[in-house]
Ligand binder design. Structure first.
Ligand code: S3P
Length: 167
């Protein structure tokens, strides 16, 4: 069994994943952290020193390798993972995988991400909260097409971490 969490940046994939894995007694893998370990640099450095294209290739490679591991686990993806290469197809075709989309409103994402944007290269340069909200609205609209193909869609906008994990 592989429980895979997807969703926009700031949707709580890591926090939910960590707690869920510990409740279920499973290993927790964060895809971004795996990439950072292999590349020996932060995601923001991979973007600036290599490129986004390089990052997307690595992301896809690391996802495939993680899915090959023969054990049950909880995996949290990066916000863009299901939207690039054939990652979504690979997740959907893997019978072990249950893909869960953590859906969060644009307003809440903006609120969470404004203070944390420095570590996220795609939004780091956006100067105001209004501009960030506008960016997220458009970006999420494009990405929703992929996220919505998950096995389970959880609107977690008003849910507490413990409530989400209890589902
Ligand atoms: C990205 C999200 C990030 C990270 C990278 C690109 C995206 O992960 O993979 O900065 O394309 O949405 P989080 O969703 O964990 O922030």
């Amino acid at each position: 069994m592989k429980i895979v969490l997807c969703g926009y940046m700031g949707s709580g994939k890591s926090s939910v994943g960590k707690l869920l894995a510990s409740e279920l007694g499973l290993e927790f893998i964060e895809l971004d952290q795996e990439i950072e370990k292999i590349e020996k640099r932060y995601i923001s450095e991979i973007f600036s020193e290599k490129s986004e294209i390089y990052f997307r290739k690595k992301e896809s490679e690391v996802l495939k390798n993680v899915l090959k591991e023969e054990k049950s686990m909880v995996i949290s993806l990066g916000g863009g993972t299901p939207c690039y290469a054939n990652n979504l197809e690979i997740l959907q075709q893997n019978e072990e995988v249950t893909l869960i989309y953590l859906k969060v409103s644009v307003e809440k994402l903006t609120d969470r991400l404004f203070s944390e944007k420095a570590t996220r290269p795609l939004i780091a340069e956006i100067s105001s909260e209004e501009k960030l909200e506008e960016f997220i609205r458009k970006h999420l609209f494009e990405r929703q097409f992929y996220y919505m193909q998950s096995d389970l869609i959880l609107d977690t906008t008003t849910m507490k971490l413990t409530e989400i994990v209890a589902i």
